[in-house]
Ligand binder design. Structure first.
Ligand code: NAP
Length: 349
């Protein structure tokens, strides 16, 4: 069957994962059922009502704008809402306080018992990432789930981050790499901790190791696809390092298919090719709420596998309920992943 074939490609990681991921609910039944049969055949039926009780679990979601402008809310908003509804203590960490606080207000309106707050974090500013991570680590509390969701699709001309790096790579990849590695102490204190890296069906064919910052031939779409390949490589590399090092932190990847959010209007704009599709081919874009489901599956489903990759299960992976996603071959290259990790360590130091 399709799901089993895909999982068996990642067999070693998958097997290592089952215990970790299944044990989120603490149920031995989950462990054995998972090991015997792999992911449930009914994964396509999975929805927010299947999220187990998350009471007592601390979660951090990067990027979350809840402003319901023209029916668009970022994926982070829906991830945070669903997890807070399931009882988790959720922090939305984003660069824009106005939008992030609007997301928190909206969540509290629709879920009055939600334990949710906003934290200011600019992923395109390594100083901000360091200060944010230090606050969490210094609190002494554990972190049970980190969802590396925030992202930008670049503008049409190359922009740079506070630290002088190309803005798409700085935000989507470097900022999340720095955040995740810096937050390892808090994750190590977490209970059955997980990290979810958000990628895309759009990924580059290879990393540009000689030009990670797109100093030559910048193109916003290429820069975005490149950053999303990088995030997949990092998801799988983090999982390998966690397994080899006995960290006990599960690392997973997810993508939302194609969802109606602020990514395109805030990025290349409505007069770009993506913007044209956004404006005139609206049916291509599923609601953000549905696009958030694979991220939620990776973050909270007891049977999600460490090292696994989840995306919509319908219409060639573009939309629908969650399913197991097929990583591109370029993302399953441990040498490229290790090389990227080493280069990023040097860049964010
Ligand atoms: N929508 C899709 O079809 C699609 C497809 C594939 C992958 N994705 C991925 O899904 C993730 C969520 O995107 P979305 O579609 O929900 O888009 P979105 O509505 O634009 O949300 C992106 C979020 O990232 C935040 N962000 C941007 N730069 C940041 C920075 N420097 N520091 C901290 N936060 C920052 C944004 O903050 P502000 O609120 O301040 O703008 C926003 O909250 C992204 O990683 C994206 O690549 C989306």
């Amino acid at each position: 069957m399709e799901i089993n074939r895909r999982v068996s490609r990642r067999g070693v990681l998958g097997m290592a994962a089952i215990g970790t991921a299944a044990a989120v609910t603490g149920g031995a039944g989950g462990f054995f059922a998972g090991r015997m049969s792999g992911p449930p055949a009914t994964i396509a039926d999975w929805g927010v009502s299947d999220i187990p009780d998350q009471t007592g679990r601390r979660m951090l979601i990067t990027g979350g704008n809840g402003y319901p402008m023209e029916g668009r809310s970022g994926l982070g908003y829906h991830v945070a809402l669903a997890l807070a509804r399931a009882g988790a203590e959720v922090t939305i960490a984003s660069r824009n306080a106005e939008r992030g606080e609007a997301a928190v207000r909206l969540i509290r309106q629709v879920a009055p018992t939600a334990n949710v707050r906003f934290g200011r974090l600019d992923l395109a500013d390594l100083g901000s990432v360091r200060a944010f991570a230090a606050r969490i680590n210094d609190s002494g509390e554990g972190l049970d789930l980190l969802v590396n969701n925030a992202g930008v699709m670049g503008r049409r001309t190359r922009e740079t981050s506070v630290d002088g790096f190309e803005r798409v790579f700085a935000t989507n990849t470097m900022g999340h790499f720095a955040l995740t590695t810096l937050l390892r102490p808090a994750l190590l204190r977490g209970r059955l901790p997980r990290v979810v890296w958000v990628s895309s069906m759009r990924t580059a064919n290879a990393m540009r190791f000689d030009d990670l910052q797109f100093e030559r031939g910048y193109d916003y779409a290429a820069a975005y696809d490149h950053s999303k390949l990088a995030n997949l490589l990092l998801a799988f590399e983090f999982e390998r390092r966690s397994r080899d090092g006995g960290w006990g932190i599960a690392s997973l990847a997810a993508h939302p298919g194609v969802a109606r959010t602020n990514l395109i209007p805030d990025g290349p704009g409505l007069d770009s090719p993506e913007g044209w599709r956004f404006s005139y081919l609206g049916l291509m874009f599923q609601p953000a709420e549905q696009g958030a489901l694979p991220l939620l599956y990776a973050g909270a489903a007891p049977r999600a596998l460490a090292g696994g990759y989840y995306g919509p299960g319908g219409l060639m992976g573009l939309r629908g309920a969650p399913g197991v996603a097929q990583p591109p071959a370029a993302a399953e290259d441990p040498e490229a992943a290790a090389r990227l990790w080493t280069q990023l360590e040097a860049l964010v130091a």
